[in-house]
Design a protein around this ligand. Sequence first.
Ligand code: IPD
Ligand code: CA
Ligand code: CA
Length: 275
Amino acid sequence: MIDCDPAILTELERTAVQAGETAAEYIRRSSDKVLEIDYKGATDLVTEVDHNSEQIITDRIRTVYPHHQILAEESGWSALKSDYLWVIDPLDGTTNFVHGYPSYAVSIGIFFQRQPVVAVIVELPAGNTYTASVGKGAFCNGQSISVSRTTEMRKSLLVTGFGYHHGRKWEKNMGLFKHLTDITQGVRRLGAAAVDLAHVASGKADGFWEYDLHPWDTAAGLLLVTEAGGCISRFDGSAYSIFDDQILASNGLLHNILQEELERENQVNSRFGDG
Ligand code: IPD
Ligand code: CA
Ligand code: CA
C-alpha cells in the first residue's frame, strides 16, 4: 500500500479537480472560436486551446505545489525532481474538439513515488468529472462508479483507438479491430483515450485496448479503472506502466479472454510478416 497521507490525498484531489474543471470551462468557452491550428504530424493537431489549457493547469499546480514535478503533453518535463509527479493531457481528443465531435477531455493523473494516487478526467462537452484517489474508489460527479459485470465477449462492447503514426502497430490494430468487432456486440473508436478509459471505469464499455499511447493519455484512466474494480495490463497480462506502448483495460471479468484474443490475433498478423 502506498504511504501517502489521506489528508494530502484529499488536498491533491481537490487541486486537480479545480485545475481540471477550470481548464475544461476554458475549453468549453473556446469551442465556437476560430482556432489557429498547428500540426505536430500530418494528422496530429494542436491548437492554442491545448496550450492555454495546459497553462491554466500548470499555473494552478505551481501555485499550490511549487516543488512537484510535472509532465505535460505540450511542455514536457519540468526541471524539478520530486516524489510527486503530475501527468497532464490538457486536451485529449484535439481532433474531435476541432471538428466539434463530442468526445474530448482534460486528464490529470498524480503519482507518488511512481504509484498512481489521484486521477481526474473531465469529459467534454458532457461535463462529467471523473475522480479517483487510491484506495477510495472511483466517482463520476461525486457518485460512485464501477466497471460492468459483463462476462461474455458476445455480450460486450469494446472501445479502441488509432494513433497518428500509421505504421506496423496501426496495421495490426486494424486486424484486431476487425476480429474483435466480429466476436463482440461492437467496437467503438471515439478518438479520446482518457474518455475511453473513463467509459470502461463507469461500465459504459467493457474493455479498451490501444497501441502507442503517451503517458498523459492514460495517467488518470489507469487509476480510475482500477479504483472502479477493473483491470489494466499490457496485452499479455503483464504489469502496465504509463510509458508502455500498449494497454489493455477491462472490467476484470473479461480480462483473460481479451488477453487471449489480442495475443492470438497478433500472432496471426505476425505470420503475415508484420512482426
Ligand atoms: C489522442 C487521443 C486518441 C488516441 C491518440 C492520442 P490527443 O490524444 O487520445 O484517442 O488514439 O493516440 O494521441 O492527441 O488528442 O491528445
Ligand atoms: Ca491525448
Ligand atoms: Ca492532448
